[in-house]
Design a binder for this molecule. Structure first.
Ligand SMILES: CC(C)(COP(=O)(O)OP(=O)(O)OC[C@H]1O[C@@H](n2cnc3c(N)ncnc32)[C@H](O)[C@@H]1OP(=O)(O)O)[C@@H](O)C(=O)NCCC(=O)NCCS
Length: 176
C-alpha cells in the first residue's frame, strides 16, 4: 500500500470532504478505505464500481470512480476527487474525460450521471466542461454532448519540455 500516505493526505483534508458523504479519516481508516477501493475491479451488476487513480509524477493525487447504476438502461455514475494541492491544472478534468471515454466506448454506456451537492462549484464546473447538463443533484452526460464539448487548451509536461509553452488542442486532432 505504497499510496497510503498520499491517500491519507486527501482523506484528512476538510476541504475535500466538504461536499462528500465521506467522513474525515485518520491514517488507519484511510488505509482501510484505500484497500477497499482497490478491491473493486469488476463492473457486473448494479452497485459495482471502479476507482481509477489520478497520478502526477507517480504520486496519487486523486481518483475518478465509475459506478454501474442500471445495467438494463446502461447507466453509470461518475465521481471525482482531487488533492487541492494539485487543483486548477486540469488533472481532474483530463482523468474524468478518460473515464467517460472508457464508459462510452468500452461499456457502451448510454448516459453518465454525476450527483453533485449544490454549491460545489468546482465539481459543477468540471462536469460542465465535460458536457454534463442539468441540476447539480443529477447532472447527465450523453455521448453526443461529450463528443461535442468545446476543445480546451491543453499542455502536457512532455509537450512543454519539447516545444515550450505552445498550447495544443484537446481532444487532440487525429492525424490521417
Ligand atoms: C471537484 C474537483 C475534483 C475539481 O478540481 P479542479 O482542480 O477544479 O479540476 P481540474 O483538475 O480539472 O482543474 C480545473 C482548472 O484547471 C484549469 N485547466 C487548465 N488546463 C486545463 C485543461 N486542459 N482541462 C481542463 N481544465 C484545465 C481549468 O480552467 C480550471 O481552472 P480554474 O481553477 O481557474 O477554474 C475538486 O475540487 C475536488 O476534489 N473537490 C472535492 C471532492 C468533491 O467534492 N468531489 C465531487 C463529488 S461530486
Amino acid at each position: 500500500m505504497e499510496d497510503a500516505a498520499a491517500w491519507y493526505e486527501i482523506q484528512s483534508n476538510p476541504e475535500v470532504v466538504r461536499y462528500l458523504d465521506w467522513p474525515l479519516r485518520d491514517a488507519k481508516e484511510s488505509l482501510e478505505h484505500l484497500k477497499h477501493r482497490t478491491q473493486h475491479t469488476v463492473l457486473l451488476q448494479a452497485g459495482d464500481f471502479l476507482a481509477l487513480a489520478i497520478e502526477s509524477e507517480g504520486i496519487v493525487v486523486g481518483d475518478v470512480s465509475l459506478h454501474l447504476r442500471d445495467v438494463r438502461n446502461r447507466r453509470v455514475e461518475m465521481g471525482w476527487v482531487l488533492n487541492p494541492a494539485h487543483s486548477g491544472r486540469g488533472y481532474a478534468t483530463e482523468a474524468a474525460a478518460a473515464v467517460a471515454t472508457f464508459a462510452f466506448e468500452h461499456l457502451n454506456a448510454h448516459e453518465i450521471t454525476a450527483v453533485i451537492r449544490p454549491g460545489n462549484e468546482r465539481s459543477i464546473a468540471l462536469a460542465t466542461r465535460l458536457g454534463f447538463v442539468g441540476e447539480p443533484e443529477e447532472m447527465l452526460l450523453t455521448r453526443e454532448r461529450f463528443d461535442s464539448r468545446p476543445a480546451l487548451a491543453y499542455l502536457t509536461n512532455e509537450t512543454e519540455a519539447t516545444t515550450g509553452p505552445v498550447p495544443i488542442v484537446w481532444p487532440q486532432p487525429t492525424v490521417s
